[in-house]
Structure formats: C-alpha cells, structure tokens
Design a protein around this ligand. Structure first.
Ligand code: SAM
Ligand code: DTB
Ligand code: SF4
Length: 326
C-alpha cells in the first residue's frame, strides 16, 4: 500500500459522491473487482473484554458513564474467557477476533493480560484486533511485540462535526493514536459512524481524512448509528439507505485496497441494502449475534443472506497455522 500517494480533497471526493448513483456504483464495483474477489467477505468477531463505565462522553455510546444509559461497569475479563470465545468464533468460521474495551486508554496494570490475550488468539490461528482507546508509545510497542495485527480507532466523523459528538477528546487526539499505531508497524482499522445528524460534507470529509492518513487504513469500518436508549443520539434521524450506499462506494474508490467493513447496524438493514453495499465495495462484516453491547444478525440469518447472494466468507492463509497448532 506504500505506492498509494493520492491526496484527496473535499472537491474530488464530492465529485464522486454526487455522481448519478448508477455511475457511482459502476465505478466503485469496477475498482472493487480490480482489487478483490467480489464474492468473498472477510468476517470478524467482536468481544467486549471490558464493558461500561467509560470516562469518555461519546454521544452515541451505551458504555459512557456520562450518558443516561448507565450500563454497569465490568472489570477486564479473564484471559481464558476471552480465548474460549475466540475458539468458538474461529470454529464458526471467523478469521479475525476483535477485542474491545470501554476505556479512554488502557492502564499499565492491564497490559500483561492484554498481551496474553493477543498471544492466545494468535495461537488459535486468528488475526488479532484490539480497540482500547488512546495508546501511548510504550503501549503500542507492547501490543505490537505481542503480535497484534490490527488496532481499531475510529475517527467517527469529520473534524468539524467531532466536537458535536465527543467533548472529552479531540479529533487530533484520535489522529495521534492512529499515527502512533502505524509508526509501530501495526495495521490500522479506522472508520466512522453515519446517521449522527452530520451533513453530507461531514461524511465526505471523514473519508478524505481516512484516505489521506500517512497510509490509508487497511480496514475501514462504516457503522450505521444504532441509537442507544438514554444517550444524546437516542432519537437521531436514521440515514437514508441510498446515502449510506454512496458513502461505501466513495470509500471503495478512495481506498481501493482497503477492506471496507459494513459494521454496526446490519440488524436494521434489509438484505437488499446489504447487497447494494457489497456491490458498492463493502467486503467485511462482523459476525455473531452481538457486537459489543448491541445486536447483530444471527449466524443463520447471515448464512441465508450469503447463500442468496452466492457469497462466501473469506478464509485466511493463516488457516495453515490453525492446522499446525492442532
Ligand atoms: N473505547 C474504544 C474507542 O472508543 O475507541 C473502543 C470501543 S468503541 C465502542 C468502538 C467504536 O464503536 C466507536 O468508535 C464507534 O465508531 C462504534 N460505535 C459505538 N457505539 C455505536 C453505536 N451505538 N452505533 C454505531 N457505532 C457505534
Ligand atoms: C467499529 O467500527 N464498530 C465496532 C468495532 N469497531 C469496535 C463496534 C460497534 C459497536 C456497536 C454498539 C455496541 O455494540 O455497543
Ligand atoms: Fe468509551 Fe469508546 Fe464508548 Fe466512547 S465509544 S464512550 S471511548 S467505549
């Protein structure tokens, strides 16, 4: 991906966004086919390893202690429990295991357990991903040395709209952690949420910020807001599905080699909307009936969708590692 030196501007990205839909879809799907097998979808499983009681004030999140939802705060779960869940996910076909914690940042005392989780999941032959909030220079090295493949840290929206959604950290804080993760040599997973009351320009600017990082993220999750009771965004106006598809298509064109993940919100999407997103270039999903705290389609619902669309979950060369380990 180092040959990717394109600098995107709001204007060039907007020119794509406003294309007639059929022209946009044709271009996005062409780019998709040039870079990926269009019938394969990467599958990741999420696990909340520390739930609730978060010090941040993200307006969309059920886990913020500052939001009314007041999900009870748990401690970091045991390494063995995490590995049991990872084994289950692997046996169900997921290739990547993403561990998420409701933290502003991890504490030094948590690092040994986090390192053991990464090592244990790798030993199962899965790709590893964590999302733990901000990281300092020591922590990125500890996680990298443990073998962490991906770090997820979303920019969530445009720099302009960011303070409307989150007050306890800045957009620049987010970019700092992303660049630290990249400099340490880990793969970057970063995307955002649509349907938080942002304008079209904010969606475009978010994609421009992602595509213009020192290297584009290898993984770009696009979440559709799942409104959470008692949060400031509980009654947000849902995004129009066609607008959502446009964002996926523009993301595909701007970041041709990245996996674009159709992330949170699939349980509120029709089969037709998901099919359009896959055509527009989405090629990754979260599998299993729970995300971190919210619902996701059941395994058999996704199996039926894949069968209808003639699509298959992607398998990894890392699969060799699993067989070797058994
Ligand atoms: N605390 C860490 C952080 O914020 O980076 C990791 C976990 S956080 C829940 C990960 C991401 O999930 C957020 O950045 C946001 O994009 C997404 N997310 C959280 N709540 C959501 C919701 N209700 N609907 C859609 N996406 C959501
Ligand atoms: C991402 O972009 N979406 C995931 C993952 N990265 C960590 C999280 C979605 C969370 C949805 C709300 C919930 O489960 O609480
Ligand atoms: Fe905390 Fe992450 Fe939720 Fe924000 S999104 S409140 S940082 S768990």
């Amino acid at each position: 991906m180092t040959d990717c030196i394109t600098r995107w501007t709001r204007d060039t990205a907007q020119d794509l966004y406003i294309l007639p839909l059929m022209d946009l879809l044709f271009r996005a799907h062409t780019v998709h086919r040039e870079n990926f097998d269009p019938n394969k979808v990467q599958t990741s499983k999420l696990l909340s390893i520390k739930t609730g009681g978060c010090a941040e004030d993200c307006a969309y999140c059920s886990q913020s202690a500052r939001n009314g939802s007041q999900l009870p705060a748990s401690k970091l779960i045991e390494v063995e429990r995490t590995l049991a869940q990872a084994r289950k996910a692997r046996d169900a076909g997921a290739t990547r295991f993403c561990m998420g914690a409701a933290w502003r940042e991890p504490k030094a005392r948590d690092m040994d357990a986090l390192v053991a989780m990464v090592q244990g999941v790798r030993d199962l032959g899965m790709e590893t991903c964590m999302t733990l909030g901000m990281l300092d220079d020591t922590q990125v090295v500890q996680l990298r040395d443990a073998g962490l493949d991906y770090y997820n840290h979303n920019i969530d929206t445009s720099e302009r709209y960011y303070p409307e959604v989150i007050g306890t950290r800045t957009f620049a804080d987010r970019i700092d952690t992303l660049e630290r993760v990249r400099a340490a040599g880990m793969k970057v997973c970063s995307g955002g949420i649509l349907g938080m009351g942002e304008h079209t320009g904010d969606r475009i600017d978010m994609l421009v910020s992602l595509a213009n990082l020192s290297e584009p993220p290898e993984s770009v999750p696009i979440n559709m807001l799942m409104p959470q009771a008692d949060t400031p965004l509980a009654d947000a106006e849902p995004i129009d599905p066609i607008e959502f598809v446009r964002v996926i298509a523009v993301a595909r064109i701007m970041m041709p080699q990245s996996y674009v993940r159709l992330s949170a919100g699939r349980s509120d999407m029709s089969d037709e909307m998901q099919a359009m997103c896959f055509f527009a270039g989405a090629n990754s999903i979260f599998v299993g009936d729970t995300l971190l705290t919210a619902d996701n389609p059941e395994e058999d619902t996704d199996a039926r969708l894949f069968a209808k669309l003639g699509m298959q979950p992607e398998t990894l060369p890392v699969q060799d590692r699993v067989e070797a380990a058994e």
